[in-house]
Design a protein around this ligand. Structure first.
Ligand code: NAD
Length: 325
């Protein structure tokens, strides 16, 4: 089976080589991002696999449908960039990737600690031999209440990681699960907003979760709340985040993902002007830590992403795929 691989990253190549030896596939690897202009490049293939840079709109899906694409896999866990309903309508089956939640969960706890200990400022100072302490006094986890929104694979693993720190742990999910209930207290969303010193987001991006952190929900939160987002940027309204940082309502932000990061994250923009001015503005605050959507980025995750990207298509073609959407 012939598969067109969009957005191939160099670090994926060795895993693609391995998978070619294991599965009856021919892979056409390119660094192109799916778009109306590049969609027809997949002509002659049965499947396409992508990462998350392109918006997979109905226009692109129409082209893929016309050239005979039957299967689409996204080599990420989140698939909010794909118009899945339209894909189903035109008969293109879609699956997403899967990898252990530990890498993102570790990263989340790291951002929490960096925010709590003002580590961005400490790093800045170290660069210029300023080893002063002034303004760097932090807080210890043990004294805090930490709230996790979304207790699926990653949210639960973050909670599990946090159990060793001695903080009070609150959780909210539309569908509470038993294993989380054993280590955290499920509360309603308003209670979580009102009681937590640190709030971390771990839901997918849906219409129902879009801008869940906004002016109104921020108003319910504690003064100086720390917000961590290692899920999807659009869960939080940039304007509300900026207002919250400017007013001091938000004590610190740990953002691995930012609204409107597409075309910026994972790309070297050193000689460019950033197209997302909210992102550029937010990133310069002393208490905003912004990373390049890299919480997932471990050896284990990249291997799994490539595996599911190709195996998912083969499985769909053979009948059933465990990660089909
Ligand atoms: P998951 O499907 O295991 O868990 C998601 C949880 O969110 C589920 O328990 C679900 O019930 C809950 N949920 C859905 N809608 C909700 C709502 N309105 N309110 C409260 N809870 C709600 O997913 P996961 O593997 O834990 O991943 C979560 C998200 O993290 C992914 O969708 C992806 O967007 C993001 N992610 C980011 C990175 C990164 O590198 N930064 C890496 C992997 C995943």
């Amino acid at each position: 089976m012939k598969i067109y691989v969009y957005e191939t990253r160099e670090d994926e190549s060795a895993y693609f080589e391995q998978i070619k030896k294991r599965l009856p596939v021919e892979l056409i690897q390119s660094q192109e991002v799916p778009s109306i202009e590049t969609a027809a490049y997949a002509k002659g293939c049965m499947g396409v696999t992508t990462l998350g840079q392109g918006q997979i709109t109905s226009d692109i899906l129409d082209i893929w449908h016309q050239i005979g694409i039957k299967y689409l896999s996204v080599r990420t866990i989140g698939y909010n960039n794909i118009d899945v309903n339209y894909a189903k309508k035109v008969g293109i089956r879609v699956c997403h990737s899967n990898y252990p939640p530990d890498g993102v969960a570790d990263f989340t706890v790291m951002l929490m600690l960096m925010c709590l200990r003002n580590y961005k400022q400490a790093l800045w100072r170290g660069q210029v031999n300023d080893f002063s302490l002034n303004g760097l006094k932090g807080r210890q986890m043990k004294d805090l209440t930490i709230g996790i929104i979304g207790t699926g694979k990653i949210g639960y693993t973050v909670l599990k990681n946090l159990t060793g720190f001695g903080a009070k742990l609150l959780a909210y999910d539309l569908y509470p699960n038993e294993h989380t209930a054993q280590i955290a207290e499920y509360v309603d969303i308003d209670t979580l907003y009102q009681r937590c010193d640190v709030i971390s987001l771990h839901t997918p991006l849906f219409d129902s979760t879009y801008h869940m952190i906004n002016k109104k929900t921020l108003h319910q939160m504690k003064e100086g709340v720390i917000i961590i987002n290692c899920a999807r940027g659009e869960l939080a309204d940039n304007e509300a985040l900026i207002a919250g940082i400017e007013s001091g309502k938000i004590g610190a932000l740990g953002l691995d993902v930012v609204e409107g990061e597409e075309g910026i994250s994972h790309i070297d923009h050193r000689t460019n002007i950033l197209s997302n001015n909210q992102m550029a503005y937010l990133r310069q605050f002393k208490n905003v830590i912004m990373t390049q959507h890299m919480a997932f980025y471990t050896d284990k995750a990249v291997e799994s992403m490539v595996h599911y990207g190709v195996q998912g298509i083969v499985d769909m073609a053979n009948g059933a795929c465990e990660t089909e959407i």
